[in-house]
Design a binder for this molecule. Sequence first.
Ligand code: ATP
Length: 464
Amino acid sequence: MFTSTHPSLEDIVALAKRRGFVFPTSEIYGGLANSYDYGPLGAELLRNIRNEWWKQFIHKRRDMVGLDSQIMLHPETWVASGHVGSFSDPLVEDKVTAKRYRADHLIEAWLKEQKLESNEVQVENMRIEEMGEFIATKNITSPDGNPVTEPRSFNLLFETAIGSVAGEKSKVYLRGETAQGIFSNFKQILDSTRVQLPFGVGQIGKSFRNEITTGQFVFRTLEFEQAEIEYFFNPAQSDWKELFEDWKKSMWSFVTEILGIQAENLRWRQHTDKERSHYSKDTYDLDYNFSFGWKELWGIAYRTDYDLKQHINHSGKSLEYTDPYTGEKFVPHVIEPAVGVNRMFLMVLSDAYFYDAERQRTVLRLKPNLAPYKVAIFPLVKNKPEIVAKAEEVYQLCAVVAPTVWDDRGNIGKRYLSQDEIGTPACITIDYQTLEDNTVTWRDRDTTEQVRVAISDLAQRIRM
Ligand code: ATP
């Protein structure tokens, strides 16, 4: 039915701005690098993604609880987690313009240009010195064609200061991931709830990274939202491989069934031994085929007992679990599925975007559960008070069931096109016939078919 082409990033950015999904942050001041605001429709879409994640992974599972920890934690947290020491990207500077780039990204771009297969040279396996050597021997330059400096480690944590003691300010960090709040609350969660292993803790919240790379829209931003899970278990009782596989299945079905993403645009990628963090036994990325290539959407790692042990060592507190049946005390192991809400947002927009050449329209084929508005209400004309009043009645009836939007501008055909572009699954027109028999025209976004529906059946239809 649809003639579809993979949309370019420009298509997505243009639609997102034109229709109020995503705006450049502080645009009136010239913008702020790698920062975006979510407009009226973007705020709804983000919320829907976030709520679906929470529903599927926290509410529907009896082995999961939620958490909402602070953005600023005790600074020792980030020493224990390893972020202060080694949470960094390899940075190079253009020797002429002083613009900064990630060394690995320059190498990747060069490989692409040379049409070299990525398995011939694996950037993710390179140490920082190896990247420097590679850049030097291949004469890789900046995108402006200038030589670049030797790569150096650039820490991604944002620093700020709190001033609760007069005359002094002490350094704190904006969190680089939400996960550490889960580990540092582990004991309090055990003490305050009735959870038993295996169980998981999930949270959604803002994280901050001083990213150097620009131009990837909301894929990579300074401030972003993460949805992270730490799933704790006893390695003597649960087989980590089974748990790991179960989580991979849950991630896949969330993306394909709940978010409606086409399976052909998804793939698993296992991290190589060199690429994987030293404490991780296994790591996979669930990649999406973005318009700028296959990129990580969602990571899953078996992190053993590394994080809890680090916090035990740095805090001096016991973070052990006591088996309620045997009395055995031990530090649980953990599997971490971690995803960015904004990356899911970009994936959803990219995957739903269709240009329907036959009907000359752009359609966002969003799953109805994600659509910012489930239904649009159109009074056929503006100047007939009876029609407007009836439409208002229908609006109120629908709005209590699902997010509803009102549109009385222009002809009905234009209004349809406008709703198609933002993914509204159905449009309802109130016309002269409505005044006689209490039926409305219901028009379907995907098929464009129109049927007459009784007002009394609308609530039921919208719920579906
Ligand atoms: P990348 O390699 O793309 O920088 P990462 O491996 O550092 O990502 P993680 O630390 O595993 O990412 O974070 C978990 C998830 O958070 C990622 O899978 C991604 O969806 C999201 N994420 C990470 N950094 C950003 C960012 N700067 N902007 C938006 N989302 C991000």
